[in-house]
Design a protein around this ligand. Structure first.
Ligand code: E4P
Length: 217
């Protein structure tokens, strides 16, 4: 399973990248706004910086909702760097645009996926990635990981090539569960990635080893 970081924060991207396990980055308009990025030039420059930092797919989301607008915006984003993946919402115009991008060799990430039916449609349009939002599904008292499992089964049975990018990850256990359920990629906040490191017995064991090491140092 590939690891993406789900942020537009450069220092968090650097920290995850320095671990040596980072395969890509996802952003969305809310994450960009959180970093105070304003204006078209600043947005493009920010994506350029991220592409220079991380050698992997970088999702950049369109904010248009009509076919022509999505295509125009997506072409501009794709021109920033070869690793840009155009992130398109799961709407009717979005599906048409994903098919157009697919036919024109531009990679896409179909975002805001909350059902298996949506994932089937995105795969039919040729999306490179689909992003089911695990955490938001859990928040609404459904089972986000179960959706990953269902999509993984359907894609395997049908031979779809679209990769399942588990998004809206809230904690380290989500990452483990998504790996079990067959996600191809997990896009996570830095805290959830670092959460994978933690186990109290590791801390207790290391403290004892270091204490004992003093006896022969
Ligand atoms: C990723 O591509 C999504 O935009 C993101 O994971 C959404 O996460 P949230 O539900 O924590 O906002």
């Amino acid at each position: 399973m590939k690891f993406f970081i789900d942020t537009a924060n450069l220092s968090q991207i650097k920290e995850a990248n320095d671990l040596g396990i980072l395969d890509g980055v996802t952003t969305n308009p809310s994450l960009m706004a959180k970093e105070g990025i304003k204006g078209n030039d600043a947005v493009i420059q920010h994506y350029k910086t991220i592409c220079e930092m991380v050698n992997g797919d970088i999702s950049a989301e369109v904010i248009s909702t009509d076919f022509a607008g999505i295509i125009e915006e997506g072409k501009k984003l794709a021109a920033i760097h070869k690793n840009i993946v155009v992130k398109v919402p799961m709407i009717k115009e979005g599906i048409k645009a994903i098919k157009w991008f697919t036919d024109n060799g531009i990679k896409t990430n179909c975002t805001l996926i909350f059902s298996a039916g949506q994932a089937i449609l995105a795969a039919k349009a040729g999306a490179t990635y689909v992003s089911p939002f695990i955490g938001r599904i859990d928040d609404s008292s459904w089972d986000g990981v179960q959706l990953i499992e269902q999509i993984a089964n359907i894609y395997a049975v049908q031979g779809f090539k679209t990769e399942i990018l588990a998004a809206s990850i809230r904690n380290a256990l989500h990452i483990v569960k998504c790996a079990e359920a067959g996600a191809d990629v997990c896009t996570c906040p830095l805290d959830s990635i670092l959460g994978l490191l933690k186990h109290p017995l590791t801390d207790i064991g290391l403290a004892k080893f270091l204490e004992d090491a003093k006896k022969f140092a």
